[in-house]
Design a protein around this ligand. Structure first.
Ligand code: WAQ
Ligand code: MG
Length: 244
């Protein structure tokens, strides 16, 4: 799903909301309603353009477990961003690449998907300019999400539910080194850094309340064919959880 205000995205409209679900036939209506509600009750504004695409999946769906998570409360945005940079450097990413990625993020807040950069050079390698890459065809397996809530004692938080699932799909690919994200929703200030090495590290706050600038960057290595990596992100179906 994608929704924008002031016309469609490609006509210069402002991105309001996007969303993706993996659904059985039985839960299709419920999931479509979820995406309609997500778009039309959004703190970034009220869309005048809304588009939904439903595609059948023919291949078997494999399971990916959720990343381990941890929360770091910090006393300022700058402390939060320094901590984020520290995690990125622990993944072996050079400081000039980290600085470059932050500049990239700040110059590309309008992008409605993820920006993919080479973790060794800091060069952007996806060809999607203003669109970025929307990771899709993933979702929590219902029973696993319930189990996860119980096991971790977490409150049900739809933001975290969605972001942790997304990140678990991204980080389970061997070419992913790390990911950084904070929301473009003005009322959500918690962001995260994730990688296979240390899991999903939430940092709060990572931006000011009221700020509508957010985004996602994936750091990758040894990509020979970007199209194959993008295909994994967009098309390879994944349940997040554990196969019963
Ligand atoms: N694929 C790729 N990029 C995406 C996707 C996607 N499916 N969804 C969002 N993005 C990009 C896009 O550029 C958005 O502007 C940006 O990420 C932020 O998206 O408490 O809510 O959905 O643990 O606003 C993280 C912390 C919340 C959750 C992130 O992001 C927690 C969030 P949002
Ligand atoms: Mg958002």
């Amino acid at each position: 799903m994608r929704a924008s205000e002031g016309g469609a995205h490609e006509e210069g409209g402002k991105h309001i909301s996007g969303g993706e679900k993996l659904s059985s036939h039985e839960q299709l209506q419920e999931n479509i309603q979820y995406l309609v509600d997500k778009a039309f009750s959004h703190p970034r504004g009220t869309p005048d353009f809304f588009q939904l695409k439903v595609e059948e999946i023919h291949e078997p769906i494999s399971f990916t477990p959720p990343l381990q998570h941890e929360l770091h409360n910090v006393s300022s945005i700058s402390e939060g961003r320094e901590l984020a940079k520290k995690f990125l450097s622990q993944c072996g990413i050079a400081s000039h690449v980290i600085e470059k990625s932050f500049r990239y993020l700040q110059q590309h807040f309008h992008v409605r998907g993820a920006i993919i950069i080479d973790s060794e050079t800091g060069i952007r390698i996806d060809p999607r300019v203003d669109r970025g890459v929307r990771v899709s065809t993933f979702d929590w397996h219902d029973a696993s999400y319930k189990k996860w809530l119980k096991k971790t004692g977490q409150q049900d938080n739809p933001r975290m539910k969605e972001a942790l699932a997304l990140s678990s799909k991204i980080c389970s690919h061997e070419k992913t080194v790390a990911e950084i994200c904070w929301s473009d929703d003005p009322d959500y200030v918690t962001g995260y850094i994730a990688s296979r090495i240390y899991g999903y590290q939430r940092i709060s706050p990572l931006k000011e309340h009221g700020d509508e600038q957010g985004g996602r960057i994936l750091f990758v290595k040894d990509i020979e064919e970007i199209a194959a990596f993008i295909h994994y992100l967009e098309k390879t179906p994944k349940w997040i959880g554990w196969e019963e």
